[in-house]
Each structure stands twice: as structure tokens, then as C-alpha cells.
Design a protein around this ligand. Structure first.
Ligand code: GAR
Length: 206
């Protein structure tokens, strides 16, 4: 059984989708731990409710270098097959990303490479989409590389932006798409049936 670790800062609805998929048998994986940088994160509550080790790592306790060194220690000890950033609102330093090449994926609430990079997270992304006048948005799961939100794209799902949408309605309608996307992406990556060619993730042909 492959081990995954989920990092989440917020509500944790995407973590919940992963938990549900594991419990229903549609995702063959063990969630070895959930790590959050916020003690009020819904993700921690969800982990606790399902008997998954829940680890709080508050950034306020340390400076950036110390923080990510501690996070690295944790991750190294667990040694998961895959690290899933499901609403983790911290940018990992390049050296940490490089310790886990093609072993970290991130869920992002837009169709990358649009509306990504530093400063684009959570509702801010949806606000920027509305402001831009874009007619289509969506969500992306990509491998994490040192360049923020620029790693090889694993999967995407698109949806229309309606004339009466605002950031909140976009987030609400996108949420179920994200839930299925993250589960599909974890399944796909753990299957190992892909190769990364440049910035492209390609399904291996048998
Ligand atoms: C999701 O919409 C995810 O795409 C976004 O945070 C939300 C977490 O929701 N991630 C980012 O913005 C990362 N840049 P959740 O806490 O309900 O899973």
C-alpha cells in the first residue's frame, strides 16, 4: 500500500474527498499523516475524526528556514510515496521541493498557467478570474517544482464563468470538480503509469 501525506491549511474539503475515496476503496492508499500550518484548520479536525495522525506545525513558532527544516524532518521520517498539497497556503522553498522530485503535487484553483504564481491562492484566484473577464476557469493538479505553480500539469478540469458569478460562486461550483480531480490525480500518480517529458505528464502506453 502506498503512503501519502496531505498538507492543508484550510477547511480541508479536498482532504475529505481523499479520505472518502480511501475509505470507499476507490483510492488505494494510506494517508500516513495530515500536516497543517494552522491550528484552526478544518483539515486537522477531519483527520482526527478519521483516526489519521494530525500534525500541527505553526509557522509563528520559527523563522522560515527553521520551519521548513522541521517540515523536511517530518516528511523525511514518514518518507511518503506522495506529498499532496491540498489547499496548503505556504510556498515551499526550492531546496525542500528538490528533496522530493516528482513526489509533491499541488491542487490549484485555476487553469494553469493562467492565474498562478506567488499571490494567487484561494479566493484571490477567483477574484482575478472575474476581473479578467475570462469565460472559462477550472482547476489544476501539477507537480511541484521550484517555480511556483509552474510544474508539469497532471490533470485539469474546466468550467464556464457565468455573467452573474462572483469569487464565492466560482469557488462553490469549482469545489466538486476539485474533489474528483485530486482523487483522480493521486490515483494516477500512485499507479506509476506516466512519464514526465519536459513539462508534460504523459500516460505510459503499454
Ligand atoms: C482549494 O480551492 C485549492 O484549489 C486551493 O485552496 C482550496 C482549499 O480548499 N489551493 C490554492 O489556492 C493553492 N494555491 P479545501 O481546504 O476545502 O480543500
Amino acid at each position: 500500500m502506498k503512503n501519502i501525506v496531505v498538507l492543508a491549511s484550510g477547511n480541508g474539503s479536498n482532504l475529505q474527498a481523499i479520505i472518502d475515496a480511501v475509505e470507499s476503496g476507490t483510492l488505494e492508499a494510506n494517508i500516513a499523516a495530515v500536516i497543517s500550518d494552522r491550528k484552526d484548520s478544518g483539515a486537522l479536525e477531519r483527520a482526527n475524526r478519521h483516526g489519521i495522525p494530525a500534525i500541527v506545525m505553526l509557522r509563528s513558532q520559527s523563522n522560515r528556514d527553521t520551519y521548513f527544516n522541521l517540515l523536511h524532518d517530518r516528511l523525511r521520517k514518514i518518507n511518503p510515496d506522495l506529498i499532496v498539497l491540498a489547499g496548503f497556503m505556504k510556498i515551499m522553498p526550492a531546496w525542500l521541493v528538490e528533496k522530493f522530485p516528482m513526489r509533491i503535487i499541488n491542487l490549484h484553483p485555476s487553469l494553469l498557467p493562467c492565474f498562478g504564481g506567488p499571490g494567487f491562492y484561494g479566493h484571490r484566484v477567483h477574484e482575478k478570474v472575474i476581473e479578467s473577464g475570462a469565460k472559462i476557469t477550472g482547476c489544476t493538479v501539477h507537480f511541484v517544482t521550484p517555480d511556483v505553480d509552474s510544474g508539469p500539469i497532471v490533470f485539469q478540469k474546466a468550467m464556464e464563468v457565468h455573467d452573474d458569478d462572483d469569487a464565492a460562486s466560482l469557488a462553490e461550483r469549482l469545489s466538486p470538480l476539485e474533489h474528483s480531480l485530486i482523487v483522480d490525480a493521486v490515483n494516477f500518480i500512485l499507479s506509476g503509469e506516466f512519464e514526465v517529458v519536459g513539462n508534460r505528464v504523459i500516460r505510459k502506453t503499454l
